[in-house]
Design a protein around this ligand. Sequence first.
Ligand code: GLN
Length: 445
Amino acid sequence: VQDYLTEIEKQKELNAFLEVFTESVLEQAQQVDEKIKSGTAGRLAGVVIGIKDNLCYKGHKVSASSNILHGFESLFTGTAVQRLIDEGAVIIGRLNCDEFAMGSSNETSAFGTVKNPLDPSKVAGGSSGGSAAAVAAGLCTASLGSDTGGSIRQPASFTGTYGLKPTYGRISRHGLIAYASSFDQIGPFTNSLEDTALLLQIMAGKDAYDSTASSREVPAYMDGALPSKIKVAVLKESFETKGIDPEVVSTTEAIIADLRSKGHEVELVSFPYLDYVVPAYYVLTTAEASSNLSRFDGVHFGYRSPDAKGVEETYKKSRSEGFGKEVKRRIMAGTFVLSHGYYDAYYTKAQKVRRVLQTKTDEIFRSYDFILLPTTPSTAFEQGGVKDPIQMYLQDIFTVHANLTGHPALSIPFGNHSNGLPFGIQIIGKPFDENGLLNFAAYLE
Ligand code: GLN
């Protein structure tokens, strides 16, 4: 813990941590030491973990990187975090992210951008930029993030780390500040597949506090079992994406060639829906966000405008002053698509698109074990480099698919671009086949 604390201080300019829990982490470490002596230490004894600033940890501040939660402290610890602690993990601090996890570059945080440890002029990705940067820079052994449309996989790709978005419902969302509840999943950032498997093993499983958490049994992850002939679908249209980096394409092609040479079946499958995933995602997530974020009213949580008089003005002023620009944009978009007269044209339509995507993806999985595609169209971009919100939304073109359908998806570091930056390759698996994902990823390495 001391080593990590020193390292965090040294690399402060990355802006990965919003707060270091110096006192409580040392206390936790001491308790773990006692347990090790008495032989009762858990599977994560002394493992140092950072958590995204949208995960509740009792007695500690949590802000979702927003001014509206100024001063707010968690009243309970979320299930995923608690399960890690129960196995002896120590929580070193909370990590910077986009405000309410809305963004792809960590630039919407009220507390500044996170720098990419591999090139500080570049973004670390988002929304879990701090979680990715901290693991890449060696400021903690592993971290937790949340992934609504790619917020674990995209920053993992940009920082050369492993990022897993489990199947919707595999890990309880209890204690995760909601962005879009039917999309959100908690997942780990690590430096190895083994660590990813272990953290998932511990966090996964049913939970009385989240009715969407699956009661399906949690298998032993990464058991090595793979079919002798692996069947992989590659989405043809992903290579035709506008602006995709040629080296991302060639790396994916090289993986395909290698798998084929080993006797596996890899086929290009047409998935002519790629143009619809980002629009459907933004209609549905903004709708859910507008509803989820209505609780931040200046009365119940965090910030209250000091000069507001009366209830109405308190709501208006607190929300106007407390939320940042991107969050306001999404609340307005979400309120619009849910409003009378537009609901059918936008919200209902997007739900139908979601259903089509689910059906078509299930069809692919009837013939294939995995879908393989890039995680991101490019390597990490310049800070301030993507100004247009629509351009920023298109960063998620390869990642939102798995959130719309609920499938598990894993990004592993694979490419070394000639510009010196890493990028990831993404595998999507059958629902609840995280084991297959991890085994296949290990085989690819
Ligand atoms: N970049 C996407 C968005 O802004 C994804 C965010 C996330 O996964 N939390 O919505």
